[in-house]
Design a protein around this ligand. Structure first.
Ligand code: ZN
Length: 53
């Protein structure tokens, strides 16, 4: 587990990974979805992999 940006507790749990396509985002990339077991925050990391302007 790692530290939650909101509550500062080491309570963040990784849920799963998705493609941008799964989320309906434009371009190519990966979405890492996590949540905080302490405060209940939903956390998304959106990483672009297409590298196009
Ligand atoms: Zn939290």
């Amino acid at each position: 587990m790692y530290e939650c940006f909101h509550c500062l507790q080491k309570s963040v749990i990784w849920d799963s990974d998705f493609d941008f396509e799964d989320y309906g985002y434009d371009g190519e990339g990966i979405v890492h979805v996590c949540h905080c077991a302490n405060c209940g925050a939903d956390i998304e990391y959106r990483i672009r992999t297409d590298n196009q302007d």
